[in-house]
Design a protein around this ligand. Structure first.
Ligand code: FES
Length: 147
């Protein structure tokens, strides 16, 4: 089965209906100049990340320097939830669903996770990895994610 460039294929064919042809969700990727990776942190420049400008927005960061790709959801005026991007079931990306206050797998299996990454329901028994995220007290345009 063909898939778009860079996208994986998930054809697990499980009875629970997880099968999908694309492991990539709808979340936009962060711009390369909108973040830095340091020893144990990611620093996100919010003024360069329009998808986080409004509450309910989200962005993903896929970078080989990270232990895992992550997704950031803006949960409130000055609060953010950061979790690992890939569903533990078959590695499909999760998406932030602000209206439901959760991350949900983009596959047909739709495993659901709280904003703290904990599994709510789904085809996996594992949770997503959560990461602490706080606004830099000296620069409110900078979100610091601790890995
Ligand atoms: S990959 Fe199967 S539920 Fe997420």
């Amino acid at each position: 089965m063909a898939s778009s460039a860079g996208a994986g294929v998930c054809l697990c064919g499980c009875v629970g209906g997880c099968a999908t042809f694309n492991k990539v969700g709808t979340t936009s990727a962060i711009a390369p100049d909108a973040y830095t990776v340091e020893v144990k942190t990611i620093k996100v420049l919010l003024d360069k990340t329009p998808s986080l400008a409004s509450v309910g927005g989200s962005v993903k960061i896929i970078d080989a320097r990270l232990p895992t790709p992550v997704i950031i959801g803006r949960t409130g005026k000055s609060t953010y939830a950061v979790v690992s991007l890939l569903c533990p079931h078959r590695g499909v990306e999760v998406e932030y669903r602000h209206e439901d206050k959760m991350f949900r797998c983009a596959s047909l299996g739709h495993s659901k996770f709280g904003t703290d990454g904990k599994l709510i329901k789904g085809l996996t028994k594992k949770s997503l990895s959560p990461y602490a995220a706080t606004l830099d007290p000296t620069d409110k345009n900078r979100l610091v994610v601790t890995l």
